[in-house]
Design a protein around this ligand. Structure first.
Ligand code: MOS
Length: 733
């Protein structure tokens, strides 16, 4: 239990089951692709098979001849759209014949059934004039960009060159991380439904409001005419933070055929056109005194991006904030090539960036002959090294201590190749993690009806992490109701405005809004009782009133009244309020979550096969609203960290310019047989400064550092310092 209960029957913090769990396991939860509307038609996309060039002819005659086909939209007949000013929306949507990457959606077929649409899509004949010099390989470009950055590095504090002069020990190394494709369980799906000039879109999105805005800007539809609904999302991890071309194509197709249209992408169609984590190249230089104090750090990073939309992977972010080093230089550049647009993937920047930084810190620890934890503790930043502001709270030192103890770090023998289990080489590794605590303005409606049931409504979407559940918990505690008396409705732009579920900000943002709405509801309830001359509480002072289990009572007196009686007498079926919670503009505090990742590996000496045997994460992320759903997120992050270190890689055939492993058979992610034993520790943090709900967000923190912890464990086991992930057999052979 990581948080103190607030009252007698407090549920915040408790590891309670998901309130929507039953709906999910009984198939009653409707995801976007489950939406079925009367007279609905189905769409299927056609994707480009070349990576660069032009479409010289696109023959849709055969597809159109198939019985049941309603329309085929291509760049030749699709409505002309105004280019959005927002780079985020800048994806190709049938506006010209230019091919920018393999997998670009170049036509959409609409038919009476999914099967007919899919079949007819295969009959669309495309003739290309391929570009003579397509480029899908960022490697050569990255070298040029590094040369430029070495000459004039960017953002910095202190004086890197001077700092290096004071260094007794130096580390300089280059790390690379692969292109990774998001593979949420739920593929992308859009159901577009026009009624006159009003459009409803059931969309797989991590942000109903940003989606509404993007659809408006991309398709040229007034935002007021658009409703976006996402009741359930089967994971997004960043790729569903944007509206991609297929969604707009569904909207245009529905308009054209005058029927609701459902478009679901196949798994294979999600490799390229709907984002991915870009490949990164990172150069790190560290300087330290003999005692292990960092004197200078440099982190330069290059990430691949598309030719039509610039995306920056902020790999240098952890280097700017993790350690109390006075002299820091960081810079980032992009290598633009013929690929789809990269996008955010769980802990964008931080996940690949922390692999490089925390590997480099491990290298430094060995070079100095200092324990890797001790080195990190020595360089602990007791305030934000960038802004100089105090932390709202920071329990990183506690994470090292508690984590090391539970993991048995003291039993590790420091020398490489010094630990064995049978014939297996054993290694233990560690890495630090941090993530910013974001919060945006959010709103919520809270109401209570005469039967004593409360309802919370907020636009925000539950992306699978448990938002329905934690919002019910937050409301239950404030309203003094059991959790089964709280109904939560989410995922609809007709409800109060909320931010996207990205940057691990939903608990903090929407939790604060629900806190505000529930408090405002209590206040309104007390006002109603005091203002009602027939209420036994009419003479009470507001500060003496309490509301528990549907009954208003006055402290220290026997006066009380049931909610039903009060509302009925006032002819109110329910009492409802709307509230907004806005973060303060200038903040006195720097706000981050922190954590430490531990990993143990066994490496087969003959084959070089790596088995991760144990992982432990010790995390400090403010108030943990639900220990069960939070733990699930941590496990997900650690497992993903393992996948990132050992398995995941989107492989490009540079001759064809196409991704070759675009399915679950070839794109490897960890399975049950790969699972180590897991331990998740939440360090209790009561942070009154961070936000009204006290939560810092957990989703993205969990993956940070995981790859470095495993790579560092592999070094400890084998003496092989592997700076490129995924780490595969051939590197250890
Ligand atoms: Mo997250 S990558 O901000 O969905």
């Amino acid at each position: 239990m990581s948080t103190k209960p607030q009252g007698g029957n407090s549920v915040v913090g408790k590891p309670i089951d998901r309130v929507d769990g039953k709906l999910k396991v009984t198939g009653q939860a409707k995801y976007s692709a489950d939406i079925s509307l009367p007279n609905m038609a189905y769409a299927a996309v056609v994707q480009s098979t070349i990576s660069a060039g032009k479409i010289t002819a696109i023959d849709t005659a055969e597809a159109e001849k198939v019985a049941g086909v309603l329309a085929v939209l291509t760049h030749q007949n699709a409505p002309r759209l105004k280019k959005s000013d927002n780079d985020q929306n800048n994806v190709p949507i049938l506006q010209d014949n230019i091919i920018r990457f393999a997998g670009q959606n170049i036509a959409v077929v609409v038919a009476d059934t999914f099967e007919i649409a899919t079949h007819a899509a295969d009959l669309v004949k495309v003739t290309y004039a391929p570009s003579k010099s397509p480029n899908t390989n960022p490697d050569p470009l990255s070298n040029t960009l590094f040369e430029q950055m070495q000459k004039s590095p960017g953002q910095s504090r202190g004086d890197f060159v001077a700092g290096m002069k004071n260094a007794a020990v130096k580390i300089e190394a280059t790390y690379t991380t692969p292109t990774e494709t998001h593979n949420p369980m739920e593929p992308f799906a859009t159901v577009a439904h026009w009624e006159g000039d009003k459009l409803t879109v059931y969309e797989t999105t991590q942000g109903v409001f940003p989606s509404k805005k993007s659809i408006s800007e991309m398709a040229g539809i007034p935002a007021n005419n658009i409703t976006v609904i996402t009741h359930f999302l089967g994971g997004g991890f960043g790729c569903k933070l944007s509206v991609w071309s297929h969604a707009i194509m569904a909207v245009l197709a529905a308009k054209q055929v005058k029927r609701p249209v459902k478009l679901v992408l196949k798994r294979t169609q999600m490799y390229g056109p709907v984002g991915f984590r870009p490949k990164t190249f990172q150069q790190i230089t560290l300087g330290a005194t003999k005692q292990g104090k960092l004197t200078a750090m440099k982190h330069l990073s290059v990430n691949e991006t598309s030719l039509f939309r610039q995306f920056t992977e902020y790999c240098t972010e952890p280097t700017n904030v993790m350690y109390a080093c006075p002299n820091v230089t960081t810079a980032i550049k992009q290598a633009a090539i013929n690929i789809g647009s990269p996008t955010w993937m769980r802990a964008p920047g931080d996940a690949p960036g922390s692999f490089a930084l925390e590997s480099a810190m491990d290298e430094l620890a060995y070079a100095l002959g200092i324990d890797p934890i001790e080195l990190r503790v020595k360089n602990f930043a007791d305030k934000d090294p960038e802004s100089g502001k105090p932390w709202s709270s920071n329990s990183l030192l506690e994470c090292y201590k508690v984590g090391a103890q539970r993991f048995g770090w003291a039993k590790r023998s420091p020398a490489i190749k010094s630990m064995k289990r049978g014939k297996m080489q054993v290694g233990l590794g560690v890495a630090a993690a941090t993530h910013p605590t974001y919060r945006s303005e959010a709103g919520a409606i809270a109401s209570i009806s005469s039967d004593g049931t409360a309802t919370i409504k907020s636009g925000t979407q539950d992306i699978g992490t448990g938002t329905y559940t934690i919002m019910a918990q937050v409301a239950a505690d404030i309203l003094g109701l059991p959790i089964n008396k709280i109904k939560v409705e989410l995922g609809d732009t007709r409800f109060p405005q909320t931010p996207l579920s990205g940057g691990s900000q939903t608990a903090a943002s929407v939790g604060s809004a629900v806190t505000a709405a529930a408090k405002k509801l209590l206040d309104a309830l007390f006002d109603l009782a005091i203002g009602d001359e027939k209420s036994p509480l009419q003479k009470s002072e507001k500060k003496d009133l309490e509301f528990r289990n549907g009954v208003l009572t006055e402290k220290g007196s026997k006066s009380s009244e049931k909610i039903g009686d009060l509302l009925k007498r006032n002819n109110m079926p329910k009492l409802e309020v709307t509230a907004k919670s806005t973060p303060a503009k200038d903040d006195k505090y720097a706000k981050r979550s922190f954590g430490v990742q531990f990993a143990e590996v066994e490496v087969e000496p003959d084959l070089g096969r790596v088995h991760v045997t144990r992982m432990l994460g010790a995390y400090a992320a403010g108030k943990i609203l639900n220990e069960k759903t939070a733990r699930s997120q941590m496990l997900g992050g650690m497992i993903w960290g393992m996948g990132m270190t050992l398995f995941e890689e989107t492989l490009m055939d540079h001759k064809l310019g196409r991704i070759v492993n675009n399915d679950f058979a070839e794109y490897h992610i960890p399975v049950h047989a790969d699972m180590p034993s897991f331990d998740v520790i939440f360090i209790p943090e009561e942070d009154p400064h961070v936000n009204p709900v006290g939560a810092k967000g957990v989703g993205e923190l969990a993956i940070n550092g995981a790859a470095a912890a495993i790579a560092n464990a592999i070094y400890h086991a084998t003496g092989k310092r592997l700076r490129h992930i995924p780490i595969t057999l051939d590197q250890l052979f």
